[in-house]
Write a protein that binds this ligand. Structure first.
Ligand code: CTP
Ligand code: MG
Length: 225
């Protein structure tokens, strides 16, 4: 069966603070949405992409949201109030898929190779795969007053990125129950299912704040991506 990318792009981008919904903010003349779709389809391991758009933009023809050469492999659906609602809407439009890759439009500089690594792991037998990187800062847990309660051993910690890859039936099952995890794998974890990791990529960082936008634009201007 096909591999379907689900691209949550329905967020408002409150922390970024731009006038447009975040996925429609441009980086060097192209929207984050368009760049994300191109990376997914250019990887050649994803057959089609379901864009989960802000509801007021969901009726826009695909060829006005993304480059013309991708539009015939793209479906657009309306997102929901929370990211998990948007993923559920995307999943509903991914019928017939064998594997799904859930990927944030906000990770607009993700290299095609990362999609390949995730799909390779799925094809090798994993039902749930996430890209991860070592954490660079020491992480503390704190109580409600901000007083430190512990220091987890950093060598056992990983920062999690997208694309997150799943056997479609597993993600559907994970999403059936109330979904409030900050990532999709968190839902699968609650089912007690095994989640494997592949090496992430620094360029798959999530553009969340104005500083991230400066970084993304500088990366593009430098020619690294
Ligand atoms: N997302 C979505 N539907 C929502 C919320 C988020 O599809 N209701 C998507 C965003 O468009 C983004 C990804 O999920 O591509 C990661 O979310 P985040 O970085 O938090 O984006 P926003 O929610 O737009 O940003 P903020 O939380 O600052 O408003
Ligand atoms: Mg958000």
């Amino acid at each position: 069966g096909p591999v379907v990318g689900i691209l949550p792009a329905a967020g408002r981008g409150v922390r970024l603070g731009e006038p447009l919904p975040k996925a429609f903010v441009e980086l060097d003349g192209r929207t984050m949405l368009d760049r994300s779709v191109e990376a997914m389809l250019a990887s050649a391991v994803i057959d089609r992409v379901v864009i989960v758009a802000p509801p007021e933009l969901a009726a826009t023809p695909a060829d006005r949201l993304v480059g013309e050469s991708f539009a015939d492999r793209v479906t657009v659906v309306a997102g929901g109030a929370e990211r998990a609602d948007s993923v559920r809407a995307g999943l509903a439009a991914a019928s017939g898929a064998r594997f799904v890759l859930v990927h944030d439009a906000a990770r607009a500089l993700t290299p095609a190779e990362l999609f390949v690594r995730v799909v390779d792991a799925l094809r090798a037998g994993s039902d749930a795969v996430i890209p991860v990187l070592p954490v660079v800062d020491t992480i503390k847990s704190v109580d409600k007053d901000g007083v430190v309660t512990g220091t987890p051993d950093r060598s056992t910690l990983r920062a999690v990125q997208t694309p997150q890859g799943f056997d479609v039936e597993l993600l559907e099952r994970a999403n059936r129950d109330a979904a409030d995890a900050t990532d999709d794998a968190g839902l699968v974890e609650r089912l007690g299912e095994r989640i494997t990791t592949v090496v992430g990529d620094p360029l798959a960082f999530k553009i969340t704040t104005p500083l991230d936008l400066v970084l993304a634009r500088t990366v593009l201007a430098s020619g690294v991506r």
